[in-house]
Ligand binder design. Structure first.
Ligand code: 5RP
Length: 250
C-alpha cells in the first residue's frame, strides 16, 4: 500500500491589498494631522482631497477640532465641504490661509506639480499659492520622474474668446518639444471651468526641461489665464503606497 501524503501548508489568510482609493484616504488622513483648531484651510478638489474634507468634518463633529474656516478651491469642493459641515469663507474675507491640502495629477522629485485635470487649477493656484503650508496628498501612481514628460495632459485655462487661436499659439510655443494642443471637450461641448473659461490640454513628446521658462512663456500669451504647473509651491508631500505612508518636507 502506498500512501501519498502531500502536506500543503494552508494558504496564508489573503491579505487584502489596499485599493487606490484606500491609498488616497490614507494620505489624506495623514495630512489632516497637520490641521489645528482655529486654522484657515485651503480645501482642495478631487477624489483624494475629498477624503481630507470628510475627515475634517468628522473631527469637527466629534469636537476634536473647532473654529475651522475652509476656503474651497472649486464649486464641487464647496458642496462637499458644506455637506461635511465645514464653515466656509473666501480669500477676500480670509486672505491669509494657514494650510492647504490637495491632490495632484503629477509630482516630480523636486515637488513640482501638475494640477488641473479636474479643471480647478486657477482657484487652486490662487488659494494654495498664498498659504503658509501646502500639503500635497497622493497615492504612489502620481509620482513621475519629470513633469510634462509623461505624455499626460498639462492643462491650461484660457478665455473662450478665440480659444482655437490661443490653442494654436500655445502649440507653436513648444513645437520643438513635439507639443500638441487640444481643447478639452466634455459631453460634446468645451469643458467650462468654474470661472466660465475653457481648458486647453497640452501634450509633450519630449521633457519640458526648464519649467520656469515654459511657465513664463505660457503666461505671456494673451488669452491664457493660468496653467497647471505648480512650481516650488508644495511644502509637504504625503505619499501612500502599498508599503505605507511617507512624508517629505521641503
Ligand atoms: C483638480 C486637481 C486635482 O487635485 C487633481 O486632478 C487630482 O485629482 P484626484 O485626487 O481626483 O486624482 O488638480 O483641478
Amino acid at each position: 500500500h502506498f500512501f501519498f501524503f502531500t502536506t500543503m501548508p494552508p494558504p496564508p489568510p489573503t491579505a487584502v491589498s489596499p485599493t487606490q482609493d484606500d491609498l488616497k484616504r490614507m494620505a489624506a488622513h495623514r495630512a489632516v494631522d497637520y490641521v489645528k483648531s482655529g486654522m484657515v484651510l485651503g480645501l482642495g478638489t478631487g477624489s483624494t482631497a475629498v477624503h481630507a474634507i470628510r475627515r475634517i468634518g468628522d473631527l469637527l463633529r466629534r469636537g476634536e477640532l473647532s473654529s475651522i474656516v475652509g476656503i474651497p478651491t472649486s464649486k464641487q469642493t464647496e458642496e462637499q465641504a458644506t455637506e461635511a459641515g465645514i464653515p466656509l469663507s473666501d480669500l477676500e474675507c480670509h486672505p491669509s490661509v494657514d494650510l492647504a491640502i490637495d491632490g495632484v495629477d503629477e509630482v516630480d522629485p523636486h515637488m513640482n506639480l501638475v494640477k488641473g485635470r479636474g479643471g480647478s487649477l486657477l482657484r487652486e493656484k490662487m488659494i494654495e499659492g498664498t498659504c503658509e503650508r501646502f500639503v500635497v496628498i497622493v497615492d504612489e501612481s502620481k509620482l513621475v520622474d519629470c513633469i510634462g514628460g509623461s505624455r499626460l495632459a498639462m492643462p491650461v485655462e484660457v478665455i473662450p474668446f478665440c480659444c482655437n487661436y490661443t490653442l494654436e499659439r500655445l502649440q507653436r510655443l513648444f513645437v520643438d518639444l513635439g507639443c500638441t494642443a487640444e481643447l478639452r471637450i466634455e459631453k460634446g461641448k468645451p469643458f467650462e471651468t468654474d470661472n466660465g473659461n475653457y481648458i486647453v490640454n497640452l501634450y509633450f513628446e519630449r521633457d519640458i526641461g526648464d519649467l520656469n521658462d515654459a511657465s513664463d512663456r505660457i503666461l505671456r500669451l494673451p488669452g491664457v489665464v493660468e496653467h497647471g504647473m505648480f512650481l516650488g509651491m508644495a511644502t509637504t508631500l504625503i505619499v501612500a503606497g502599498k508599503l505605507g505612508v511617507t512624508v517629505k518636507e521641503k
